[in-house]
Design a binder for this molecule. Structure first.
Ligand SMILES: Cc1cc2nc3c(=O)[nH]c(=O)nc-3n(C[C@H](O)[C@H](O)[C@H](O)COP(=O)(O)OP(=O)(O)OC[C@H]3O[C@@H](n4cnc5c(N)ncnc54)[C@H](O)[C@@H]3O)c2cc1C
Length: 316
């Protein structure tokens, strides 16, 4: 194995910062790194990619409509993987990574491991969380091309500057028969700091009481430059949209700080945030599961603590 392909994710025309940790993790293998770039101009992306050690940048030549269609994207990436002789292909385990990487694996008939926290490319082994995060498994895979989804933010980015060769790649026969994107909606403004990449997350659960009270979290989050997440109860109650859900069936997050507000700490919720650096819980029940599974807790009413915290931050 000598060539690793990396699918670079962009949002609103800029690189997501989680790419840089993914590149750092991948670079440790000491192999040639090829970044596949879509949704951002190479001129906007190349400085960062070169700074973190990408030696070859491949700009995928797609129309805006084609970029929105995961089947088309998967097809062009499969062609690029073959054209550039890629042995292992990695992307982020984000919502779009989860949409795209399994399609690529299916087209290539290649093994896929998602949600990896470490990868040994030489031995084809990946470490990944299993059973809602209760265990960490080491999975060994074999094949002509190995595909891995990397959990965002598990590795701190470390620069290693190089100069990259830039090439463009145009796919052939890219029609996506049987799959049409009818409409693409922008995510709710309130969820605008991407959960998967956030450094700090304020998450609300049943203890928030209603959707209006989530406004308290948005105000506080704005002061902390934090993202706002939620438990499934808050989502199922219709207080916040599904993209904000953290957990087994929601987003997997690894922020530096995770503040759980009125969340009991179910196994399914922990499955999404157990790799957070520091966990702080605010809960009226000192016996709630999260209280014995966090770094700091306050036995308090979140509807009092959060407005007070926002006020204190305002006075700074
Ligand atoms: C297959 C499956 C998948 C699931 N996937 C997910 C998932 O992805 N994410 C997820 O979150 N859940 C998931 N769940 C649901 C999970 O089991 C729990 O039901 C859910 O996490 C509980 O949400 P909660 O902590 O907000 O609510 P609760 O468990 O009801 O806890 C509410 C907490 O708020 C506290 N509280 C109440 N009022 C206040 C107040 N004013 N101030 C401070 N604290 C207060 C209470 O003491 C309590 O501890 C899943 C379940 C299943 C079966």
């Amino acid at each position: 194995m000598k060539n690793i392909g990396i699918l670079i994710e962009a949002e609103n025309g800029t690189l997501k910062s989680a790419n840089l940790g993914m590149i750092t993790l991948t670079r440790a293998a000491g192999m040639q790194l090829t970044a596949f770039v879509v949704g951002v101009s190479v001129s906007a992306a190349s400085a960062d990619l070169e700074t973190y050690g990408i030696a070859r940048i491949v700009a995928l030549d797609l129309t805006a409509d084609q970029q929105q269609n995961p089947v088309v994207l998967a097809k062009v990436l499969v062609q690029a993987v073959r054209a550039f002789d890629i042995d292992a292909f990695v992307g982020l385990s984000t919502a779009s990574g989860k949409d795209l990487l399994p399609r690529i694996a299916a087209f290539l008939d290649a093994p896929l491991v998602m949600d990896c926290v470490a990868i040994d490319f030489h031995q084809g082994k990946a470490r990944t969380s299993q059973f809602s995060g209760k265990t960490l498994a080491t999975i060994e895979v074999a094949g002509d091309v190995l595909i891995f989804g990397i959990r965002p933010n598990v590795i701190d980015p470390v620069p290693a500057p190089v100069t990259a060769e830039v090439v463009s790649f145009e796919g052939r026969n890219l029609e996506a028969s049987g799959f049409t994107v009818l409409q693409t909606d922008k995510v709710d403004e309130t969820a605008r700091i991407n959960l998967a990449e956030a450094d700090v997350i304020l998450s609300g659960g049943r203890g928030m009481g209603n959707s209006e009270n989530f406004g308290l979290l948005y105000q506080c989050a704005a002061k902390l430059s934090a993202a706002v997440g939620a438990s499934r109860v808050a989502v199922d109650s219709g207080w916040v949209p599904y993209p904000m859900q953290v957990g087994q069936t929601g987003e997997k997050v690894s922020p530096r700080v995770y503040i759980a507000c009125g969340i009991s700490g179910s196994v399914q919720h922990f499955a999404g945030m157990k790799t957070a650096g520091l966990v702080i819980a605010i809960n009226t029940d000192a016996q709630a599961a999260i209280m014995s599974n966090c770094d700091y807790f306050a036995v308090a009413d979140v509807l009092e603590v959060i407005p007070e915290l926002t006020k204190q931050l305002k006075n700074d």
